[in-house]
Design a protein around this ligand. Structure first.
Ligand code: DAK
Length: 258
């Protein structure tokens, strides 16, 4: 696939970075941009050299939502049948961790995209919001489900009903984002963090991500069962043997990702 609205790079060993690149429209998410970003993430996910993924925008905007100009003339059936903000569920299939590096606007579908990622690193200028109500619609890519789970339903409702924006410091306090850094360094910090994750034994990384993502989908007993199966699986890796041998022999482990 040739990319028009995204850029891809590997800014550090093991790190695959996808950058939204429609700066003149504050990275408004049109169907092609979404499809391109999912395709690029899937490619990095399948790439043996890559251990951790980053999605970012630019300093002014992560993404100011789905493209309003493209949605303006659409009715319900057209939205439903166009299959155009493709299958956001495809994101769930990614096995490797995905970090959103967010600066500036993360509104509507932009906020939802960031929340789909495994976690978020923000710049001091990041602003999160779900302003769909001001357009006469409602969030449709996970906002009503993921935001309440992240910050509680009372505040999430105010964000969605009164178009309240969450600035970076509050997002940090609420646990919506993991870190806030100055705008000059947030991306470098995210890349460093992604590099650290990419240097961990990859099968264990994926088993952990897989188990944690089940938390919202299973009861605690089922989740504990699921965790235990992944835990036992991790004992069948070469990295388990290497990690424990390295500890006992007091030397750094040499991961083989097998
Ligand atoms: N769509 C299209 N263009 C956008 C845009 C958007 N969401 N946001 C900004 N732009 C464009 C502006 O039109 C402007 O273009 P020109 O007029 O220069 O051609 C350019 O980006 C710069 O924007 P502003 O001039 O407005 O910049 P300001 O700094 O003054 O304001 C702002 C920044 C972020 C406060 C403002 O641009 C704004 O309010 N933007 C709209 C935010 C918004 O309402 N977002 C929610 C969109 S609805 C789906 C699931 C989910 C969704 C869709 C489908 N399915 C399951 C199929 C999601 C829906 C949404 O996200």
């Amino acid at each position: 696939m040739e990319y028009r609205y995204i850029l891809c790079e590997t800014p550090a060993p093991g790190v695959g970075l996808v950058r939204f690149n429609r700066p003149q429209a504050l990275n408004a998410l049109n169907p092609r941009l979404i499809a391109e970003s999912f395709a690029a993430l899937a490619d990095f996910d399948a790439d043996e050299e890559i251990g951790c993924l980053i999605v970012t925008g630019n300093d002014r905007a992560f993404a100011a939502g789905a493209d309003i100009k493209e949605m303006a003339e659409r009715n319900a059936i057209e939205m439903m049948t166009a299959d155009d903000i493709t299958d956001w569920g495809a994101f769930e299939q990614l096995r490797k961790p995905v970090i959103a590096a967010v600066s500036g606007w993360a509104l509507g579908g932009g906020c939802e995209y960031a929340m789909m990622c495994d976690f978020i690193v923000a710049s001091e200028t990041a602003r999160f919001g779900q302003p769909e109500i001001t357009l006469g619609i409602m969030p449709g890519a996970g906002g009503t489900q993921r935001l309440p789970r992240a910050i509680g339903s009372r505040l999430a409702l105010e964000v969605m009903l009164a178009n309240r924006h969450l600035k970076a410091p509050q997002a940090l306090q609420l646990g919506l984002v993991n870190h806030v850094f100055p705008v000059e360094t947030y991306l470098a910090e995210t890349i460093a963090l992604a590099g650290k994750i990419a240097a961990m034994p990859r099968i264990a990384v994926q088993l952990i991500k897989d188990a944690v993502r089940k938390t919202g989908q299973m009861s605690l007993p089922d989740g504990l069962d699921y965790e235990k199966k992944n835990f036992y699986l991790s004992f069948d890796t070469e990295d388990k043997r290497e990690g424990m041998a390295a500890f006992i022999e007091k030397r750094p482990p040499q991961w083989r990702n097998r």
